[in-house]
Structure formats: structure tokens, C-alpha cells
Design a protein around this ligand. Structure first.
Ligand SMILES: Cc1cc2nc3c(=O)[nH]c(=O)nc-3n(C[C@H](O)[C@H](O)[C@H](O)COP(=O)(O)OP(=O)(O)OC[C@H]3O[C@@H](n4cnc5c(N)ncnc54)[C@H](O)[C@@H]3O)c2cc1C
Length: 360
């Protein structure tokens, strides 16, 4: 653990170096659909996991606004790695809320050092499989804990995780949020799904068959809507917008680079940069607690922008951008992710209105 390597703030020049390393590897990562192992190692070495925790937990205590600044930079460099970081940091932040010192002491130091990995599987409590009569993952009280049965449909990097933070529903409708060690009997990660983009995130379902979880691993509940107000594990949080805006930034930068040689791109490049500046500024205001709009309105705008900006980059790059390996084509595929990732109903409705050409 070398403190000198840690990125202390989003203005630290070491963040530029880390982002350059991630950007240099992004095309190959996409081509190989590989787990970003080296990228995550570099992030851990740079103290990245510490951004998310308070000094009392061994972290650097970055503010929400600084976290968003960090995410903007990382997403601009490599969306796959940054997306994996959002899932792991969401789980990390939840684990830090554990009331059990022995759990925190066992888990947090290894996660902060990058010697272990954790991830989130909570979408079945928020945006996935909600229309089904039966909950995807059931919890039954048993002895000093709960027995879990069912599956978590979307878990990023489950195969690489030592612990998964997941939620389950009791027969009376209350929910729990708990850490599940992946070594527990009955936990099985499915083969990761091949995706339109971000396949390197190695996302897939995790099956839980009669898995006993001791109450020491419990993070919250049993309570109704266990994720309401839950930091680090909620839907449509600001970081989802930060990632979309970061990717849009990469795309707008490409349009600007092309514009240097072709004046016909002037107007589009300027309009996109202006819009990007406004959305970025609202993101940071929201992160600082200023209610300039709702987080859902911001997410809808970020989604719209990233789709248009990535396609503007492809348009500017012309046929060359359509060749596999060119970033513009990859960014177009990656932008589609924001239509489906952690999208609360109002964001889905707003995206659909825009796509259908209906004024919302
Ligand atoms: C690449 C990727 C990575 C992800 N990683 C994570 C992660 O690490 N952790 C995490 O917690 N989540 C993760 N998610 C989940 C994500 O945030 C959303 O929850 C997910 O995209 C919702 O899609 P779904 O197909 O599961 O939705 P569902 O609502 O389950 O829809 C599935 C299908 O059911 C049908 N359907 C939907 N609604 C209805 C209805 N009302 N009535 C009848 N039929 C209906 C439709 O045919 C739909 O195609 C990830 C998603 C993706 C795509």
C-alpha cells in the first residue's frame, strides 16, 4: 500500500495518468470482452476505492460532487471499467454501513487494498422482474439468520466477487439487504451474458439455492422498501448520469477534433459542447445539494445527450468510425446501455417520448 500513489482529489494530476492508462486499453478491452483486471488493479493502486469511504473507515472521504467529477473523468476514458467501479463502490458503501465491526474489519481492508472484490445484485428490488407475481429472491427467517432462495438477475462481475450485496423479499413483503459471501453453499454465478456493449463487465445472473446467511451479514431490514434512502445502492442515482455525461464528453471531443479540419462541423460541435456544459453543471449542482432539477430529469437529459453525441461522433468520423475498433462505433453501442441501466419509470417514459417524437 503506497500512499504516494493515491489520487487525493479530482484535480490531482495522477487522475489524468490513470485515465490515460484506462483510455489506452479501452478498445482492446472491448474487442476481447475481457474482465478489466489490470484496469481495476491500477485503480486500487491509485487508492480509488478510498474515494468512497470516510477517513474513519480508511477512506479519503471525497464529497458527492468530487465523486461525480471522478466518474466524469473515468467514464470518458473507459466505460466498462467505470461501470464495474459503480457496482463495486455501491456495494462497498453499503458494507461500510454494517453494524457489525467484525464484518467491517474482515471485509473493508481487503476491498480497499484491491485484494478482494465486491458487487451489487439489487435490480430485482428496483427495476428488474418487478412485474412477476413471485419475487426473484425470497428470504425466510431461520435460526439466527435468513435462508435465501431464488436468483439475482443482473450481477456485474459476480464470478470475480468475494461478496455480493443483494436484497431479498420475505413472505410478508418486507425486504432485507445483506452481504452474501460467494463461497457460501448454494451460491452459483451463471456464465456471464454476451452483451451489445460492456461485455467485459461479465454481468450475469447469480443463483441462490437455499443459501443460509447469518444475521451478522445483514445490512438493513427486514423493512418495506429497504432501498429507499439507501446510499450507494439506489436506482437512477447521480452516478448513472455522470457516466452518461462522461461518455458524451468523449464523443463531443471527437467531433471537436474532426471540426479542426472541417468547418461544416462547427455548429454541431459548439451546440453539443454547450449542452454538455449545462448538463455537467447541473450534475455537480445536484451533487452539492442544490435542487436545480430532479435527478430523474437530469438522467433523461444525460441519456438523450449521450445517444445524440455518440451518433454525432460516428457521423463526423464517417465510414471510418463504422469500422470495428474505432471509438465512435463503440461509444454508440455503449450509449445504448443508458436506455436500460438502472432506469426508473419516469426516465423510461421520458426516453420513450423523445424516441417517439412526443413532447413530454
Ligand atoms: C449490462 C447490464 C449490467 C447490469 N448490472 C447490474 C448490476 O451489477 N447490479 C444490479 O443490481 N443490476 C444490474 N443491471 C440491471 C439494470 O439496472 C436493470 O434492472 C435491468 O436492465 C432491467 O431490465 P430487465 O430486462 O431485467 O427488466 P424486466 O422488467 O424484468 O423486463 C424483462 C422483460 O419482461 C417483460 N416485462 C417488463 N415489464 C413488464 C410488465 N409490466 N408486464 C409484463 N411483462 C413485462 C418485457 O418483455 C421485458 O423484456 C444491469 C443491467 C445490464 C443491462
Amino acid at each position: 500500500m503506497n500512499r504516494n500513489l493515491w489520487i487525493e482529489s479530482p484535480t490531482d494530476a495522477k487522475l489524468d495518468r490513470l485515465c490515460n492508462e484506462l483510455a489506452d486499453r479501452a478498445a482492446e478491452l472491448d474487442r476481447q470482452q475481457a474482465w478489466p483486471e489490470e484496469q481495476l488493479r491500477l485503480c486500487a493502486e491509485a487508492g480509488l476505492w478510498r474515494w468512497f469511504l470516510s477517513p474513519a473507515d480508511g477512506g479519503l472521504g471525497w464529497s458527492e460532487a468530487d465523486l461525480m467529477r471522478g466518474y466524469l473523468r473515468l467514464a470518458r476514458a473507459c466505460l466498462t471499467t467505470t461501470f464495474v467501479i459503480t457496482q463495486a463502490s455501491g456495494a462497498l458503501r453499503r458494507i461500510a454501513t454494517s453494524q457489525h465491526d467484525e464484518v467491517r474489519e474482515r471485509v473493508l481492508p481487503a476491498l480497499l487494498a484491491g485484494d478482494a472484490f465486491t458487487t451489487l445484485g439489487i435490480s430485482h428490488l428496483t427495476t428488474s422482474r418487478r412485474h412477476l407475481a413471485e419475487p426473484a429472491l425470497r428470504a425466510t427467517p431461520e435460526g439466527d439468520g435468513f435462508r435465501l432462495d431464488g436468483y439475482s438477475p443482473w450481477v456485474t462481475g459476480g464470478l470475480y466477487a468475494d461478496w455480493i450485496v443483494t436484497g431479498a423479499q420475505l413472505a410478508d413483503g418486507r425486504q432485507i439487504l445483506t452481504i452474501v459471501p460467494t463461497s457460501a453453499a448454494g451460491v452459483d454465478c451463471d456464465e456471464p451474458t454476451e452483451l451489445v456493449a460492456l461485455s467485459g463487465s461479465k454481468t450475469g445472473a447469480v443463483q441462490l439455492r437455499e443459501v443460509f446467511v447469518d444475521s451478522a451479514w445483514l445490512l438493513a431490514g427486514p423493512v418495506e422498501n429497504v432501498l429507499v434512502g439507501a446510499k450507494g445502492a439506489s436506482t437512477g442515482g447521480l452516478q448513472t448520469s455522470a457516466l452518461a455525461i462522461g461518455l458524451a464528453d468523449a464523443a463531443v471531443t471527437l467531433v471537436e477534433a474532426e471540426r479542426a479540419r472541417r468547418t461544416e462541423l462547427d455548429e454541431a460541435a459548439a451546440a453539443l459542447r454547450h449542452e454538455l456544459g449545462a448538463v455537467m453543471s447541473d450534475l455537480l449542482s445536484l451533487a452539492e445539494g442544490e435542487a436545480v432539477c430532479t435527478s430523474e430529469q437530469l438522467r433523461s437529459r444525460a441519456n438523450s445527450l449521450v445517444l445524440r453525441a455518440s451518433q454525432a461522433a460516428l457521423t463526423a468520423a464517417k465510414g471510418t468510425g463504422f469500422v470495428t475498433g474505432h471509438p465512435a462505433g463503440r461509444w454508440c453501442r455503449e450509449a445504448l446501455f443508458f436506455l436500460v441501466w438502472s432506469c426508473p419509470a419516469p426516465v423510461v417514459a421520458s426516453n420513450l417520448c423523445e424516441l417517439a417524437g412526443i413532447e413530454s
